[in-house]
Every structure is written in C-alpha cells, then in structure tokens.
Design a protein around this ligand. Sequence first.
Ligand code: KDG
Ligand code: MG
Length: 402
Amino acid sequence: MRIVDARVIVTCPGRNFVTLKIITDEGVTGVGDATLNGRELAVEAYLREHVVPLLIGRDPARIEDTWQYLYQGAYWRRGPVTMSAVAAVDTALWDIKGKVAGLPVYQLLGGRSREGVTVYGHANGETVDEVLAEVARFVDLGYRAVRVQSGVPGLAKTYGVSADKMFYEPADAALPTETVWSTARYLAHTPGVFARVREEFGPTLRLLHDVHHRLTPIEAARLGRSLEPYALTWLEDPVPAEFQEGFRLIRQHTTTPIATGEVFNSVWDATTLIREQLIDYVRTTVVRAGGITHLRRIFDYAALHHVRSGSHGATDLSPVCLAAALHLDLAIPNFGLQEYMRHTEETDAVFPHGYHFADGYLHPAETPGLGVDIDEEAAARYPYSPAYLPVNRLEDGTLHPW
Ligand code: KDG
Ligand code: MG
C-alpha cells in the first residue's frame, strides 16, 4: 500500500479547524487534526508545502519511521507548528492502520484498560450563584468531574467564563481583544467559590480549576494551600510552564495536585516536571504533541513516575483529535481524566464520529480506525475566518499571560 495523495482542509464551522486527510492507492483513507488556535494557517502551509510532498509514495504502515523522518528529518525539531503538523500525519496513519487491521485503534495500543473514559466539563458563571447552577447542570448531565471557573469582582472579564456555557470559544475576534487582570482580586475571591461549591455538592464530586498560567510560583503555592480544604482533583497551569524548576516551589508548600502541559509539544517540555514528580497530571494532547506515537511516549514516561494523563480537550481540539485521544485514554495504564468541551452541531456535522458520552464517560467508536471522518462537502461551506486568542494586561497596562 502507498500514499498517493494528502489534502489539507481548512474549515470554520463556528471556529477554525485544520485537518489532514491521507489517501492510499487502495482507497483506504485516514484523518489527523492539525489545528493550532489563532495560528491555523501556519500549520496549513507547513503541511501543504513541506510535508505533503514527502508523504507521496510512502508506505502508510510505517508509522514510527514516518514520525522519525518528519521529526529528525526537518532538523528544526519541536515547536507547536512542526509538532501539530507531525501529529496530523501520525494520527492519520494510525487511522489507516486500524482500518487495514479491521480494529479500533485502542486495540492496536494494547486494548482497553478501563470501561470508559472519565471526562470533565466546564461549569462557569459571572457570580457564585451562577457557578453553582452550572455545576448542578453538569452533575445532572451525568458528569463525574467538573471544572469550576468564576467571574472575579472588579474584573470585567475572566478566563473561563463565557456567555455560551456549553461551547466556550476564546478566539473571539479578527484581531486580539484585550482583557485586564488582577492577581490580588483573583486570590481574594477564588477560595470562597470552592467553599460554596463543596458546601452545596459535598466532598466526593471531583472538582478542578484552571489558573491559565497567571501566577508566580509563590502565588500559586498560596492559592494551592488555600484550596486544600476543598480537595481539588487538580489545579491547572498555575504558572507559565516554560520554567519547569519553578514548580519545585509550589510543591514545597501545597498538597493540592497540579496539572500542566496544554502548551507542551514534546516530552522534552516535561522531563524535569515528571522525573521529579513536580506535577500529578500531564495535560498535552494528540495534536499538540506529535500525534498518538509521541503522546504515548510522554504518557509512558509519566507512568514510570506515577504521573497521570489529563488530555486537553477544549473546543479548539477538533473531533478528530478528541477521537484519537479517547483511544489512547482507554489503553494507557496511567489515565487520569479527559477534558470534554462539547463541539457545536455545525462542527459535529462536519466531523461525523462514532464516539459518544454516557453516564460521565466518553466511549470511542468500535469501528475500525479512529471512528471519525471529515465531510469535505460540508467543510467547504465554512471558509476560514481569522480569529485570535485574547491578550491580557495588568491594571497598570503591563502585558501578562492570558
Ligand atoms: O486555545 C486555547 C484553549 O485551548 C485554552 O484556553 C483552553 O485552557 C484551556 C483548557 O484547559 O481547556
Ligand atoms: Mg487549560
């Protein structure tokens, strides 16, 4: 079997997605997600100009060799653009291998290690009362784990709080919007939110919170300590994670579990964090980290150090990425949690898929391959529309992580 064609499809059914479809001479096809929120066309051009020509004529069965060819062969290793492109190829090749074998991809990864993939949803509100109502909604929907984000008094807009509760999309304008941040206001407000949530929902509902990279290590340590009575499953991205050693300080001060990694694109971003057990969950996902092949490598390294997975699953990770992540989630021994932000009806129609939600779990399709595809006719009805993530400033105008 040989690869005869590969198409890079950009579509915007409410938000932008970049998808690679690989076609073989025997008519078997595979899909991979290549979406990089706010920088979509960089990956589209990388694939179209520098990857697709190298795929033609290759044997699609040689997944590892193709991964090494694209990673080592570029000479310029890593980075979100390169690794999203490599991920798309890798994911599509696993899809093809599953279809050729007649097996869902999780069977090729060692078979199921659990019955379903526990997911968490996003409860958020401007006020604490709104937050409580949203947590109740997710509990009623069957969720066993809920991320809680609240508006902060005195701040006009806060990360994670959206008007449309089910389909949060932060890339909201053709040029970046600007928001204002105050660490003091946030630290004063947040523990009280969790106190109310625990009071209302009891001690066992799994609760999470995303700081979105906004604190320094000592501020994060203080927040982690103040949240200890509310027993969070994880505190996410408490600090910008480029400086891995910074997490040592957080660890010295709090037992609140730490999750990080949605902006990581290789195991090299997390070796200190994992080796020294400075985190409890590593949160990158298939499209960010070079596909199923490399994400498996990260999760296996994490397993050796008692660190669990927590795959990123925001709406900017397409249904193709989510489907691929679910196969890995089901197979690995050290699965932690899978984020699940639902896609809109338009997106779901462009990406027909067989995974389904039931009783707090996602279940991948049982059909051969990943069990997801792209409807190219439907995709063509939604042309690319530029959209950027916001930028964030302190009250005095200093640029701050968003
Ligand atoms: O594109 C950026 C989003 O994926 C990110 O802001 C979402 O932090 C996020 C999360 O945990 O889902
Ligand atoms: Mg996050």
